[in-house]
Design a protein around this ligand. Structure first.
Ligand SMILES: [Fe+2]
Ligand SMILES: [Fe+2]
Length: 312
């Protein structure tokens, strides 16, 4: 099977590859800043990283490299190359990666596909030795991380960042640290000149168990998309979907914003259906109900967290 996705050159500074379903390979990109090559996300394995890099012009491969991880999930981080590249992450991602990680059945299935061996027997080279994540920028703070067993896992919800924290990592490349349901403290990477937004997974809903209960909180989603609206975007690169033009990206956000607006303050299906019927005189269509359901789950979850932590 050919695992190589095509590569797209956007400008003299920027290249990206489309995501691939096989083995859960997300979109990757590089930004050339002077004589340093910034990788945007690490890929899900050394093989994924190498397949991507080998599609770039040869002269880029000899340059010093830095890697910015948008978030810590395995499919974005297992292709990091500690030692060869300095790794930049947000503090939330560093914290997330500092404790053991036990993949779900879903994750294990894709790890086995990518590594050609069942999880537990799969050789994940380099990853267990990766004990140092570095960054010296205020928006993407310095973090020293020692992982147990070389593995990571998710833990609680951090305090939301509103507004997002923006920092130009290097001229032309901005890291924007956001609060979103998928992974707290995700970084969006924005190339101003090209008007390219490397969204990665930040727009995806969160996962309670990876298999069933996906969620967004209405308020958090609306804050997030209101911020996205302030960015001038010609191309949005998503972690696991085809890249979108600026227009398509705005339409996608608007569609989900509608569900977020409708579900504001609502946490159960009956109230949601009644409210919708009052406004429109009919039941919500099936696909809208599915989207509304994500928000109802997210709103329930958010309410739970707020009751436990009244200061939030
Ligand atoms: Fe993710
Ligand atoms: Fe992902």
């Amino acid at each position: 099977m050919d695992l190589k996705a095509g590569i797209h050159q956007v400008s003299d500074h920027f290249w990206y590859s489309e995501p691939m379903r096989y083995g859960s390979r997300p979109a990757l990109a590089v930004y050339l800043a002077g004589d340093v090559l910034y990788r945007l996300d690490g890929g899900n394995s050394p093989q994924h990283r190498e397949d991507f890099l080998n599609m770039l012009p040869e002269e880029l491969l000899r340059l010093p490299r830095k890697l910015v991880l948008t978030h810590g999930h395995w499919d974005h981080s297992f292709g990091a190359e500690p030692g060869r590249e300095e790794i930049l992450v947000s503090p939330e991602t560093a914290a997330w990666m500092s404790i053991p990680y036990y993949p779900s059945e879903y994750g294990k299935k894709y790890i086995a596909m990518e590594y050609g061996a069942p999880y537990g027997k799969a050789d994940i080279p380099g990853f267990p030795a990766w004990d140092r994540l570095v960054c010296d920028r205020p928006g993407v703070e310095c973090a020293l991380v020692k992982k147990e067993n070389g593995l990571i896992m998710e833990h609680g919800i951090a305090v939301p960042m509103d507004p997002p924290i923006r920092e130009e990592i290097v001229p032309g490349l901005e890291a924007i640290r956001v609060s979103c349901d998928h992974h707290e403290g995700s970084l969006l990477l924005y190339c101003k000149e090209e008007k390219v937004l490397f969204v990665s997974d930040a727009l995806y809903n969160g996962n309670l168990d990876w298999n069933a209960k996906k969620y967004y909180s209405s308020e958090r989603f609306l804050r997030f998309t209101a911020f996205l609206d302030t960015l001038d975007v010609n191309l949005a690169i998503l972690g696991h979907d085809a890249a979108l033009t600026g227009q398509q990206f705005r339409e996608r956000c608007a569609r989900w914003n509608r569900a977020a607006e409708l579900s504001r303050g609502i946490t159960d299906e009956n109230t949601m259906t009644e409210y919708y019927r009052d406004i429109h005189g009919e039941e919500p269509e099936e696909c809208l109900m599915k989207e509304l359901h994500w928000f109802l789950v997210g709103n329930r979850r958010e309410r739970c967290v707020c009751q436990k932590n009244p200061d939030r």
